[in-house]
Structures are given as C-alpha cells and as structure tokens.
Design a binder for this molecule. Sequence first.
Ligand SMILES: Cc1cc2nc3c(=O)[nH]c(=O)nc-3n(C[C@H](O)[C@H](O)[C@H](O)COP(=O)(O)OP(=O)(O)OC[C@H]3O[C@@H](n4cnc5c(N)ncnc54)[C@H](O)[C@@H]3O)c2cc1C
Length: 366
Amino acid sequence: MDKYIILGGGIAGLATAIQLVNAGKKVELYEKSAKNQSQGHAFILMPNGLDALKRIGVKDAVLRLAHPIDNFQLHNPEGDLENQQKLPGALGIRRGVLVNILTNALPANFIQYEKGFSHFEKDLNGVIEKAVFSDGTKCSGTVFIGADGIWSKARKTVYSDFSLSPVRIREIVSVIKAPELVKEYAGTFIKVIRKSGGMAVGMLPCDDTHLVWFIQYDSQHPHLLDIPLKEQKQRLFQLTRNWCHPIPRLIEKTDFQKAYTWHTTDMNPIPSFHRKNLVLIGDAAHVLLTLTSQGVSSALEDAICLTDLINQSTDQPQAVIFNRFSNLRRGRMEEYFQLGRDLREQFLFPMQSIQKRDMPLIYSEV
Ligand SMILES: Cc1cc2nc3c(=O)[nH]c(=O)nc-3n(C[C@H](O)[C@H](O)[C@H](O)COP(=O)(O)OP(=O)(O)OC[C@H]3O[C@@H](n4cnc5c(N)ncnc54)[C@H](O)[C@@H]3O)c2cc1C
C-alpha cells in the first residue's frame, strides 16, 4: 500500500490529506510552522473553490463562518457604478477560519507541526525514499506531495534554477472590524479602480463583523517612486483617502501596523507538476497573480483533482495518474496565467490594453 507524505499544511495540503484519509490511505502531513501560528488575513473563494469544499464535506461548516458573496461591482473613485456581475457561490472567508475547519476535518493530532521540509533522499533511479526536515529528522514514503506554498522547496528539488519574477504591482491587505459596513455591503465584492490605471481598492465582507480590504498599486507610481516601502502604506492611504465611500471609513478603521504588504510575483508555468514519485499542488505548482482572485480556489481544485485520480485509479501505475493530474491542471493553469497577465496589463496600462477584460477577476467558467 502506498504511503503518502504531504509537505505543507496550508489549504492545498490539508484538503489533500482529508480526501486521502477519508479514502483509507496511509497519509502523513508535515507543516513548517508552529500550531496556532497566525494564519494570515482573508480572501475570496470563487465558486470552483466552494464546490471543492463541498466535495471535501466541509461546505456547511464554511458557510456558517464565512460571508456569502453573490455580486461583484466595479466603481470609479467618484463612486459611479461602472459594471457589475453576478458571482453566485463565491464567499469571503478568513484564512485562519478555513485552516481550522480543514484541520478539524482530520483526525486529532494528525498534523506534525514545526517540521520544515529541507530536502529529499533518493535512490539511484531518482525515486524519492525519504523527506528530510530541517531538524534532521526524516520520514519515508512512496508518494511525496509538495504543498509547501509559494516559496516551495519541493518545487526547487525538481527545478533548481526556478525563480519567481517580481511584478511591479503590490497589494496591501487588511482585515477590519466594521459590522455596519458588513451590513451595508452584505453579499458584495466591490472594486474601485482609477481610470488611468495603477491603483485600485477592493473590499468584501469575510464574516458577520469583519471586512477584508486591499489596495493594489503600481510600485512605480510617480507618487511612490522615491518613498521607502515602510512609508508607502501611509502615502497610499493619503492617495485614496478622498475616494468614494466607504474607502475613507476603511482607512480610518485600519491599523497600519497590521496591514500586510504583498509583493506580487509571476512565474512561467513549470513543464510538469510531477517528477517520479513527487507531485506538486497549489502554489507550489503554480503561483497565480493575485489579480485573478483564483489562488485559493485553484489550490482546492488541485487537491480534488489529484485525490480523485488517486482514489479512482487504484490499478494504474503512479506515473500515469500523476501525468494525468499534471496535464489536466497545467492546462487550466496556463489559461489562468494568461488571463492574469491580461489583467495585469489592463491594471497598469488601461488605455493601451489590447486584451481588455470586462471584469478584473477570473470567474470559474474559463
Ligand atoms: C501564513 C499565510 C498567510 C496567508 N494569508 C493570505 C491572505 O491573507 N490572503 C490570501 O489571499 N492568501 C494568503 N495566503 C496564501 C494562500 O493561502 C495561498 O496562496 C493559497 O491558499 C494556496 O494554497 P497552498 O496550500 O498552495 O499554499 P499555502 O496556503 O500558502 O500553504 C503552504 C503551507 O506550506 C507550509 N510550508 C512552507 N514551506 C514549508 C516547508 N519547507 N516544509 C513544510 N511546510 C512548509 C506553510 O507554512 C503553509 O502552511 C497566506 C499563506 C500563508 C502561508
């Protein structure tokens, strides 16, 4: 019987573990961070992400603690509605809430925390026998699943010269407590975009009392060019302070110290999401531009796709299953990579953008 070693207990790793455990497989899950470490801010889950959570059996638990979103609105800074789209089946959720729900769907004490993957030990044919952790301990298995996120070390073992390229778009993300705004904007994801490009504010409720909001900006914006990163937050808040309601309220309620600055990155798709008995999923396999709003949902889809193939193809050799996974998911991600790049051009250079998309996000039906 195969023994599955999952490296990384984020969204993709947890979802994969649940599906394999529920199918009676032998699984171990290793996570670098300590238990109960801070779990980030919040995000939008697109309908494809919610479908994946339904398959995992946690949809109801998620719906109890998340905020359903059914409408996406695009405004200009003066507050005029420029476009809108129905978004049935999306939701806003705090990352820590989703991580807890997924963790609780696993047996007690299943996750081995503070186990940062370091490297593999392989046999003479390049087949991985053991994963070695930074504390020197090792674990053996027959299948290794790299779910160790954006800076994946598992990916690096296959593509040693791989690097992520910086993108000039940055994003400052905050979660604020604002029950009155949650009530006012119930069910709505709003984005306010400057017509000339390079700056946008997005906002959506992520539970009954909190909103997640972000400023996306061009780091080469003339008003920011010579400003040290530490002071950019303050300057951005000044630049958007006079934008329409509710942006001044969001700024007023935000603790600058807790806002997180995201340096967005881009990558060329890697040639395959698997090599021998290693499979990569989630951000370890594909880092999508944040403009797509598809990072988390795609990670969940990977988990479902991979575990369905494993659970349903018991008589197939590993290589056939993993190749199929790679082909299926790589094809989909290539579309997302391209759409993300179109969105980036549209965000930075709206006047010149040829591939103009009506709405600045990727809905599940591509
Ligand atoms: C702490 C944290 C906070 C985040 N906050 C947000 C947010 O507010 N909004 C948003 O849109 N996205 C956020 N993200 C990113 C988002 O969760 C992912 O882009 C998305 O869910 C894809 O899922 P993933 O499982 O591939 O990656 P992740 O969810 O990032 O999970 C990767 C996991 O691997 C672990 N890991 C990393 N290196 C190793 C290693 N060497 N050995 C073992 N484990 C390792 C990480 O600790 C993490 O738990 C956050 C990610 C992290 C890790």
